[in-house]
Design a protein around this ligand. Structure first.
Ligand code: ACO
Length: 432
């Protein structure tokens, strides 16, 4: 069935973004909640674009790891901000694709005329991870809670045994396989023959690109300090092949163990948001349109039955997006491919170059081909900045919109983000 064409009658404009610097797990944000971080990111955006007291169409954000009390984290963050409290807000969750998926949702509402403006974003903490008690203890505590009278409560309490006292923390692994993201990626890296050297080169380039972007002031209107942190804590401007070569493998086995702490994203805390609006909204509020959110696509792979690697869904989503928009993989000025692991980016690029994969798996007549690597993650990506899961999409959309604005009208950028659960979220932006 032919893919429907995107409706371009109303365009969704990207007007700016803001994030707090990303911090390492148990770093300066160890005592900050998701709500604290998301509110700080929103407040930075409000201050930069004079949004105080404004009722926006909608705010959509989310977190991958959140406490049960945070049933609508985004709404609570809006209420904690200086936006008009009549601004509706809700959470979504699409793993590491959350921030980009939120931008797709808000853009679509704007394009359909259902909203004039909105904020999309995401937040995640790996420090303030919710702890749950064991199933046995949970059941017994509920009995204590329901027991009527002190005697009955004491009796119910007495049923709790020391062996019931286990706690559970969220695991960074796939429920259906029990394997961590890194272990899954190690299998894919082996399948595509991704070398340690190629991964380390990508990591060094990421650190250098991000460091340069801070030094040149590119991040000045994208990042606001939080808890004394002004730059991403994971950034190592002095990163080198020699230093990375010394790191021990973190995932994989034997000769295939090519992934290390240096070419994998670290566990990170942070939040990011993006301001979107119609062209009319931008004109009314005197805001510059940086770029347009052209189109987005999602895909999923059957990683459980071994069809393809857990983090390879973007390899499937991008060709669908290209076909719908009449573009080739080479028609872009910038490529933002989320560096979950260096090997993720390299495996995806290899898949698009591979004739058999493109014919057998993507149903194409010929490979999508190679990209100009000078256009890839130019201002660094997740290996250098860190990766607070749901916050990565907002970081990328805001930075790419700014890059495209600097490049000029008609310039084009491709975003590709892999997500847990074998899913991928991808998008096209166009410079204004
Ligand atoms: C869809 C998706 O996005 S999936 C991805 C989701 N994210 C993940 O799965 C997170 C994966 N990452 C992890 O689990 C962890 O960060 C790990 C296992 C890779 C590493 O954990 P740790 O060992 O705790 O990392 P740590 O930060 O201590 O680094 C280990 C060492 O490498 C060093 N190191 C890390 N990066 C660099 C670098 N770029 N240059 C030089 N040294 C480095 C550290 O200094 C440290 O050295 P030390 O032991 O002498 O102090």
């Amino acid at each position: 069935m032919a893919s429907p064409q995107p409706d371009q009658t109303r365009r969704a404009a990207i007007l700016g973004g803001n994030r707090i610097p990303f911090a390492r797990q148990f770093g300066p944000y160890a005592q900050a909640s998701n709500q604290d971080m998301l509110t700080a990111a929103i407040e930075g955006l409000v201050a930069r674009y004079n949004l105080g007291g404004q009722r926006l169409g909608e705010v959509v954000a989310g977190a991958v790891i959140k406490h049960s009390r945070d049933f609508n984290l985004t709404r609570e963050s809006v209420l904690g901000s200086s936006l008009d409290p009549h601004t509706p807000a809700y959470d979504i969750q699409q793993a590491c694709g959350t921030g980009l998926e939120a931008a797709i949702l808000v853009s679509n509402k704007i394009k359909l005329g259902q909203a004039e403006s909105g904020i999309a974003g995401g937040v995640d903490t790996s420090s303030d991870a919710p702890i749950t008690v064991s199933e046995k203890l949970r059941t017994k505590l509920l009995k204590v809670n329901r027991a009527k009278g002190a005697g009955a409560q004491l009796k119910a309490l007495g049923a709790i045994r020391p062996t019931d006292l286990g706690i559970e923390t969220p695991a960074n692994s796939e429920p259906r396989t029990g394997l961590s993201m890194g272990e899954h990626m190690a299998q894919t890296a082996k399948r595509w023959g991704i070398t340690r050297e190629a991964q380390d080169e990508l990591a060094v380039a990421s650190h250098r690109g991000l460091a340069r972007s801070y030094d040149e002031g590119f991040q000045d209107d994208l990042v606001t300090s939080f808890k004394g942190l002004a730059r991403d804590q994971n950034l190592r401007p002095d990163s080198s092949m020699e230093k990375l070569a010394k790191l021990k493998p973190a995932f994989g086995k034997g000769d295939d163990a090519t992934m290390t702490a240096g070419n994998s994203t670290p566990l990170t805390d942070g939040a990011s948001v993006v301001l979107l609006g119609s062209e009319e909204y931008a004109a009314e509020h005197g805001l510059t349109v940086q770029a347009y959110f052209v189109d987005g696509e999602t895909a999923a792979v059957d990683y459980v039955h071994g069809e393809e690697g857990l983090l390879m869904a973007p390899a499937y989503a991008v060709p669908r997006l290209l076909a719908r928009n009449g573009l080739t993989l080479q028609d872009f000025d910038y490529y933002e491919i989320h560096e979950a692991f260096a090997a993720t980016v390299l495996s995806t690029l290899k898949a698009w170059e591979d004739e058999d994969f493109c014919k057998d798996k993507l149903g194409l007549d010929a490979p999508l081909g190679s990209i100009d690597r000078d256009k890839l993650n130019v201002n660094g990506s997740s290996l250098a900045a860190g990766h607070p899961f749901a916050a990565t999409g907002g970081r990328i959309v805001a930075a790419l919109a700014k890059m495209l604005h600097e490049k000029g009208p008609g310039s084009r950028g491709l975003i590709s983000i892999c997500a847990a659960g074998g899913q991928g979220v991808v998008a096209i932006l166009e410079g204004a």
